[in-house]
Design a protein around this ligand. Structure first.
Ligand code: NFE
Ligand code: MG
Length: 564
């Protein structure tokens, strides 16, 4: 008789928002999986009839993490609708703020949200400080904060946590789980950097505030440009950003990247194709515009679609092929995928089964199911890196080849949880380099006498067509769809990165990216489903975003009842 078990993880912690994962485990491996967004957020009526100049500030409240992403994507969609091209200074300052958002989210993700999936706190307590220092030097010439004395202090700190009975950030850890593979000294290095990363996070938040006025919700963007005019022109501000960028670079180069090498090295048995990656298709809209035309595809992060993991071909993105299906989501409407410009959002909660399991042939999530040409896509750092690799975009191929060579790995091994985790780190360094160039471009542009920060525009008397901003947020492809009449928003839809990845099945029964990636993941101990968490976390879920509901096609606020 096969050994068959059923596991529900609800809530998944160390993510943003509310996510529930249900799996069938057969002979110690995941046989099938269901991803459920359990939170409903009713932002939808808020934009109806709002002045387009306010919309960005409202829409960024979809999330408390990728606030900037929605703010900028909204502003870009308005600029496309109005047919304007903001000046170069505005594009560069926006790219600098966006760079701080990406580096912040990626660093916080690896250390605060994911490092304990790889590092055992129990191991760190047993580590030898001198050996830890030696190990750190094997992975970096100048490892970050890696003296034996420093490691001794960290162990003392951890012991105090344990002695007080309050494990703080380490409470609930799966101490001693057999799926942990780092030597104790590796555990200690990662946990020591977990604490250091908290300081790096502060610096990155400050960097956003230099041009964004504050963090997490910046406020220096306006339709047509930016308001951080004096900051942009002030050499001290540029210097502050640049000097903080160096501090962050020190952490990325000497902690984050070597730690990824350490994890990849000790988890070589997991660094294999299909361990934690199930998607066949990968999508990136492109991010960080390199020209002032938001509809151009020339961007620092690449644009393209890959099918069937075939890296010999990259297809251009056509927004008309983006659809969302609600066949398995708690909304009313037709089952087939619909273009977001025509989409409606009518909630209809039908609950779970009485025994608390998902309705396998029915609706089971607040997350919709976005598809491209009807196919399930993975989006995010791995998708961007593979699209960049396949299209030989900037130096992305060399960057990845270096990493693969270091680990004697082939490209297909990137289709894994380890690969996705590495892709995010490589991207952090890539964006750090981009930020240097945007600072230089800003200085050059100012020196050439271009001080423009805003472009004048006229409001349309007739309702515009649906304008789309294709954008990349830290977690993946983000599109804002807008129509405007006069000063007012008349229609708004957002298709969000975590909606792609956390999506439930669609009308054809195709699983979403989390679901597909969990198939065959080992679950030797159903009480501690560490490998499931590791894979789900590697996507960096943001469920507040995934279930956002910004749709202002209707002018009535709907009433409905949620039964629990
Ligand atoms: Ni709320 Fe977000 C990002 C967007 S959702 S974090 O990145 O857009 O995946
Ligand atoms: Mg939406």
């Amino acid at each position: 008789m096969p050994d068959k078990k059923h596991v529900v993880i609800d809530p998944i912690t160390r993510i943003e928002g509310h996510l529930r994962i249900e799996v069938d485990v057969k002979n110690g491996k995941v046989e099938d999986a269901w991803s459920t967004g359990t939170l409903w957020r009713g932002i939808e009526p808020i934009l109806q009839g709002r002045d387009i100049r306010d919309a960005g500030l409202l829409v960024q409240r979809i999330c408390g993490v990728c606030t900037w992403s929605h703010y900028e994507a909204n502003t870009m969609s308005a600029e496309v609708a109005l047919g304007i091209k903001p000046p170069t200074n505005a594009r560069l300052v926006r790219n600098l703020i966006n760079a701080s958002e990406f580096m912040h989210d990626h660093t916080v993700h690896f250390y605060a949200l994911a490092s304990l999936d790889w590092a055992d706190v129990g191991g760190a307590l047993k580590a030898d400080p001198q050996k830890a220092s030696d190990l750190a030097h094997q992975f970096s010439k100048q490892p970050y904060n890696a003296s034996a004395d420093h490691y001794r202090e960290i162990i003392e700190k951890l012991k105090k946590f344990v002695a007080s009975g309050q494990l703080g950030p380490f409470a609930g850890a799966y101490i001693g789980n057999k799926l942990y593979k780092l030597p104790p000294e590796g555990d200690l290095i990662l946990i020591s950097h977990y604490l250091d990363a908290l300081y790096t996070q502060v610096i990155l938040a400050q960097m956003m505030a230099i041009y964004g006025a504050k963090n997490p919700h910046p406020q220096s963007l306006v339709v047509g440009g930016i308001t951080s005019v004096m900051d942009m022109l002030d050499a001290r501000r540029i210097g502050q950003y640049a000097s903080k960028l160096e501090d962050v670079g020190n952490f990325i180069q000497h902690a984050y990247l070597p730690d990824i090498d350490l994890v990849t090295y000790f988890y070589k048995d997991e660094f294999k194709e299909n361990i934690g990656c199930g998607a066949e298709n990968f999508l990136s809209y492109g991010g960080f515009p390199e020209t002032n035309d938001w509809e151009a595809e020339f961007r620092y992060l690449p644009q393209g679609v890959i099918y069937n993991r075939d890296l010999s071909k990259v297809e251009k993105v056509n927004k008309q092929f983006i659809t969302e299906s609600i066949a398995h989501s708690w909304y009313k409407g037709p089952n087939e995928g619909i273009y977001p410009g025509k989409e409606d959002t009518v909630p209809e909660y039908t609950g779970l089964n009485k025994d608390g399991t998902v309705k396998r042939n029915g609706k089971y999530s607040w997350v919709k199911a976005p598809r491209y040409k009807g196919k399930m896509m993975e989006v995010g750092p791995l998708a961007r890196l593979m699209v960049g690799y396949a299209s030989n975009h900037n130096n992305m191929r060399d960057m990845l080849d270096n990493f693969l060579e270091k680990h004697s790995a082939n490209i297909n091994q990137m289709f894994s949880t380890v690969g996705r985790t590495a892709a995010r780190a490589l991207e952090t360094a890539y964006i750090w380099h981009g930020a240097h160039r945007w600072i230089n471009d800003l200085i050059t542009n100012l020196k050439q006498g271009d001080e423009r920060t805003w472009t004048r525009f006229e409001y349309p008397e007739q309702e515009t067509n649906t304008a789309v901003a294709l954008y990349e947020a830290p977690r993946g492809s983000l599109a804002h769809f807008v129509r405007i009449k006069g000063k007012d928003v008349t229609h708004y839809q957002v298709v969000i990165p975590s909606t792609w990845n956390a999506s439930p099945r669609d009308e054809k029964g195709q699983r979403g990216a989390y679901e597909e990636s969990l198939i065959n993941i080992p679950v030797p101990d159903t009480d501690e489903p560490l490998a499931i968490l590791r894979t789900v976390h590697s996507f960096d879920p943001c469920m507040a975003c995934a279930v956002h509901l910004v749709d202002v096609d209707n002018d009535k606020i709907k009433k409905f009842k949620v039964e629990v």
